[in-house]
Design a protein around this ligand. Sequence first.
Ligand code: SF4
Ligand code: SF4
Length: 178
Amino acid sequence: MKGEKKKRIVKTIKIDVDKCNGCRACEVICSAFHATPKYSSNNPERSRIRLMRDPIRDVYVPVYAGEYAASECMGRDKYVIDGKEYDECGFCRAACSSRKLFKEPDSGLPLKCDMCEGEEQPLCVKWCINDALVCEEREAEGDEEPKPQDVEAGLESLIDRYGRQTVLDTLARISKRD
Ligand code: SF4
Ligand code: SF4
């Protein structure tokens, strides 16, 4: 019916840092799943989940790659939880210019968790034998269309890296192929 909002399933991965022992199995399976061809290699640098790991302080924080940020923050956060001090930007999910995290090592393009599109369950969740990662699903109302800002973020990062004209020339060349 016109005006009626569509229902969609929202997946959330609940992270229990107290259960994480830093084994990094999540990084291994994520990078293998996203290798080309699939499962042909694994390199944590290509993983969409990274582990902030400091065994001496007993700090293990799995962090998922989120949105691309064109510039770094002017202010930074530092958290202290249960007496443990976490690194500056420790919980931040952004691929930004202040650090190497969540960037494809060869191209420098930002990485973002896609919830293992096409798989029944996120693979990092499946591989975490400590149940530090748990996937929850709920129904929500909303727009199912892809968000234009996701496309914009990808294009902006390409322009940052290769320049506007190169990106425009490449798009013009690709669009002539069909
Ligand atoms: S697989 Fe689980 S326990 Fe191992 S590092 Fe990842 S989140 Fe932590
Ligand atoms: S849900 Fe899939 S894409 Fe996202 S971090 Fe986990 S393994 Fe990688």
